[in-house]
Design a protein around this ligand. Structure first.
Ligand code: KG4
Ligand code: ZN
Length: 355
């Protein structure tokens, strides 16, 4: 625990131990409304999520207007829930944080407006958090909660990034995607196959019943030593394959899922190994919604063990969008004295290196 940062001495304590203070964070960048409370010691006390997935299933994707309306309906209740679950009162919150970008503007505005209002009402600072930094740091929410040097792979619905991490705020992007993000590739391919939104978890569910070698889908490694990604070739290959197969046959669908998953996983694992070698780092981390994928987790564990790399995977519950990771990132920033002005604007294209 960072005792100095907590600032309050427990009365009557003989060992001068400190009472922890807390940050409350909101996440509303896309289709999950979420609130969380994290102690300044880095330990998460609550993480509440109201998912909009059933709402967006009807349209097969997120309609921004529908998403922001739903955020407005749920955000107040989530704040209350996160405090109740943490057993913390509003008075004990020393800063209010929210995702400032990247994401959908109308959705981001709901969380940031709420966090700013709470900050003003309670006379505490506001902190705008980069959603990607939330994902990036989420593997460190386990164990001793300390951020360490590593090479990080972020695989979400909007991003596929390889990042060299030297410490909090010291990030160097090593590679990204030239077209679709890994999660987007899962979702688009699943949609073509008629699977429900979001497709990633559906492919993960069906893949274990199929043969990953049934279809030889392309692995796009690009130029030798490239740390960039491209998943558009895979999408095209699936599109050409679909008219030739019977999608009513469950085994065919399972084989397609297993083969698509194997193609995506192989590229992700290989590029992460390349990046670790290039950076000379022995610790690698993986975060973002796609890290829930069981095939990816198993392949990473196997490969890192073989290569003698330490692997830190974000917990599945803290991998898809959540406010816990935003609260944790906010704590890292707040502990070194950072806050944001109340007129800080949301930024739909906020990059990891512009914080
Ligand atoms: O990080 P996230 O919740 O949202 C963004 O910031 O984009 O990631 C969502 C993405 C979606 O594309 C979803 O299909 C994918 O993560 N995803 C999965 C799995 N669970 C979520 N992809 C493959 N296997 C899964 N089990
Ligand atoms: Zn995300």
């Amino acid at each position: 625990m960072k005792a100095e940062a907590d600032g309050k001495v427990e009365s009557g304590s003989s060992d001068l131990s400190f009472v922890v203070s807390f940050v409350l964070a909101l996440e509303s960048s896309c289709d999950e409304t979420a609130a969380a409370v994290c102690g300044l010691d880095g330990r998460l006390r609550s993480s509440e999520v109201a998912t909009q997935i059933p709402l967006h299933r009807r349209t097969g994707g997120v309609v921004p207007e529908v998403a922001s309306r739903s955020h407005i309906l749920h955000v107040r209740q989530l704040v209350k829930q996160s405090l109740a679950e943490a057993g913390v009162s509003l008075r004990e919150i020393v800063a209010f944080a929210a995702t400032q970008g990247p994401g959908l503007v109308s959705s981001l505005l709901v969380g940031t407006s709420m966090a700013k209002a709470l900050a003003v009402a309670s006379g505490r600072p506001y902190l705008g958090v980069n959603h990607m930094e939330g994902h990036l740091l989420s593997p460190f929410m386990r164990g001793d909660h300390e951020v360490r040097r590593c090479v990080a792979l972020i695989v979400s619905g909007g991003h596929t990034l390889l990042v060299r991490v030297a410490g909090v705020g010291r990030y160097e992007v090593m590679g990204g995607t030239r077209d679709d993000a890994a999660g987007e590739a899962f979702d688009k391919v699943a949609k073509m196959m008629g699977l429900p939104y979001p497709g990633g978890p559906e492919i993960d569910r069906l893949a274990p019943r199929g043969d990953p070698k049934a279809f030889a889908f392309p692995r796009s490694f690009l130029e030798r030593d490239s740390l960039e990604f491209s998943f558009s070739g895979l999408k095209t290959a699936v599109r050409y394959e679909l008219p030739k197969v019977n999608l009513q046959d469950e085994q065919v669908v399972a084989d397609l899922c297993a083969s698509v998953q194997a193609a995506i996983v192989e590229v992700l694992v290989e590029k992460l190994m390349r990046a670790a070698r290039r950076a000379g780092e022995t610790c690698v981390t993986v975060s973002g919604g796609v890290v829930c994928n069981r095939g990816l987790r198993a392949a990473l564990e196997q490969r890192c063990a073989a290569e003698g790399l330490e692997l830190l995977l974000a917990e599945p519950g803290l991998s898809t969008d959540n406010a816990g990771m935003i609260a944790f990132a906010a704590v890292q920033r707040f502990r070194v004295g950072q806050t944001s002005p109340l007129n800080a604007e949301v930024n739909p294209n906020l990059s990891l290196t512009t914080l």
